[in-house]
Structure formats: structure tokens, C-alpha cells
Write a protein that binds this ligand. Sequence first.
Ligand SMILES: [Zn+2]
Length: 240
Amino acid sequence: MAEQKLRILALGAHADDLELLCAGTLARWAKAGHHIVMATTTWCKFGSYELSLEECSRLRHAEAAESAALIGAEYRALMVPDDGVDPYDPEQQRQVTDLIRQTRPDVIVTHAPTDYHTDHCNVTELVKWTGPVLGIPQYETDSEALDYNPALYFMDTLNGRYFEPTNYVDISQTIETKLAMMQCFRSQIGFLKQYFDFDVLEQIETVARYRGIQAGVRYAEAFQRYGGAGWGNLTIHYLP
Ligand SMILES: [Zn+2]
């Protein structure tokens, strides 16, 4: 994998999901020269009690773009309504299909179907929905149909529960980058601490250490390959 340059698409529901759940791996892949696209599905309007909805959304996407830039990743935003991700909405199906066709990923990383937030699970379902149509030219979007099957991986759940990993990535060398990426979300970190007593940086360190213990390394991120028909089988197993 290290010799072959790959294209990776990571799709999270909200700005900061990717930083929490797979940024150490993305940083590692970026370092190895792979092309990374980090994408957010929703508007992200609901993360503040002080800012207007529009201001919150603008700020979150600016922070997400800043984080992506730290590893030289492209940043995309689909702007689906918050708490409104809907795998049965034809427009959202088309948007996600087009994002995948446009970015032509070898590997797609998205949420686990067992994660805590309905938006997360619905993003999973949306991505799974695209599987059968990605390669069908009669299902038209702005971008050309794919002529190959990307591999699909689910990233860990927020607290590591209801998730049985099939693959671990050693992020011992990139956990500092992961934390620096999370720290771009200045508005979010303060909000979570103030109103929910949730220390997001501590959470990252703790879950990475826990997955590291399972993988036999200092810090790791956990993934699960989706083996449904029509998806690729490229392995992301990446321990030293
Ligand atoms: Zn989220």
C-alpha cells in the first residue's frame, strides 16, 4: 500500500467527526503521499447557544477546512440539513453518489452503522445506498460512473462501544497531528466542555490508547471493513 498512491474519501456527518474518529489514520496516509478528501455531510448549524445558525455553520466549516489543510487534505461540504440526513431522500442519494464519483476514492471511510447519532447512521446508510449505482451510467449525476469498486470502511463509534474492529491503524506517530486537527475546532471544544462537560481531547487520547492496547501499539484507530457485495476488498491494515 505504501508504494501505490491511493485516493481516500472520508465522509463524516458533522464537522469534527473525522477528527475524532479517523484523523490519525488520515494523517498517516497523507504523510505517505495518498490523496485525502475530508467531507462533511451537514450544515453544522446546531453547535452553539450563542452564535446564529448561519454563523455557527460558517465557523464549523472554516474550522474543518483549517483542520484538513493541516494534512494537505481537500475539504468538501454537502450542506444537508442537520438532523435531516435521510438515506431515502433522492437528492441526498444523488449528492453522495456524485461526491464519490467525483473524488474517485480507492477507499471510503465513513461512520459505523452502530454509532450513537442518527445522522451518523444515516450517512452510513447513504453511502451503502450508493454501492449498487456508482458504476451504473444510467443513474446520472454530474460526474462519470465508476469503473471499479471502492473499498468501504466504517470508523470507530464515538465511545468505542457496539463496534468490533476488523482492522487497526497504528497512529502512535500521528496522534499529535490528530489532536492538532481537533484543536482547530476552537468553537466546538469550548461548547462541549462548557455545556456537556465533555473533554474531547481527553476522549481522543483515551480511545486511541484503548484501541492501541488491543492492537499492541501505543495508539491506534479501529475500523471495520464492510464486506457487502459490490464493494472492494482493499485492506487498510497498516501496523508496523
Ligand atoms: Zn457527529
